[in-house]
Design a protein around this ligand. Structure first.
Ligand code: HEC
Length: 122
């Protein structure tokens, strides 16, 4: 391989590596499928307690609105709203804020990841 081809190959590998990491943007959750948000909300009844923009049957008022302006505050006033913290909160709110009105609902890892990805991008 010529030296020039070698450098070109290295640059291409580099670009792929950056794309693979989502460019370091923590709004992206590897492997998540935000299009499952409706299904997840229906399964656990998130929408009965929360207003979630873009989803059907999600205009609850027990908990905070999860999208729009309100959707950018700290989680339960305690945790920075990163995708990882959203997943943790959705699976174990009672561990993070004992006595919170949001119950632990046995949300699976995959379901938490997919709805967290939706919330992170809305
Ligand atoms: C029984 C009502 C109820 C259900 C069902 C419920 N939540 Fe909550 N949720 C709450 C309440 C109340 C809070 C506020 C918690 C606090 O501040 O202690 C909350 C907080 C949150 C927060 C943090 C938002 C913020 O601004 O503080 C997220 C994210 C969230 N819920 C997601 C979900 C998801 C996803 C589901 C479905 C898997 C769900 N919730 C189901 C009541 C509920």
């Amino acid at each position: 391989m010529s030296r020039r081809a070698c450098i070109a190959a290295l640059l291409a590998a580099c670009a792929l590596a950056v794309a693979g990491c989502g460019g370091g943007d923590d709004a992206a959750i590897p492997g998540a499928d935000p299009s499952r948000a409706q299904e997840v909300s229906d399964t656990y009844g998130c929408g009965a307690c929360h207003t979630i923009g873009g989803l059907r049957d999600a205009s609850g008022r027990v908990g905070p609105e999860l999208t729009g302006g309100d959707g950018h505050r700290a989680i339960a006033g305690r945790l920075p709203r990163t995708p990882g913290n959203l997943q943790r909160w959705i699976r174990t709110p009672q561990e993070i804020a004992p006595g919170s009105l949001m119950p632990d609902m046995g949300v699976t890892e995959r379901d938490a990841r997919d709805i967290a990805a939706y919330l992170s991008s809305h």
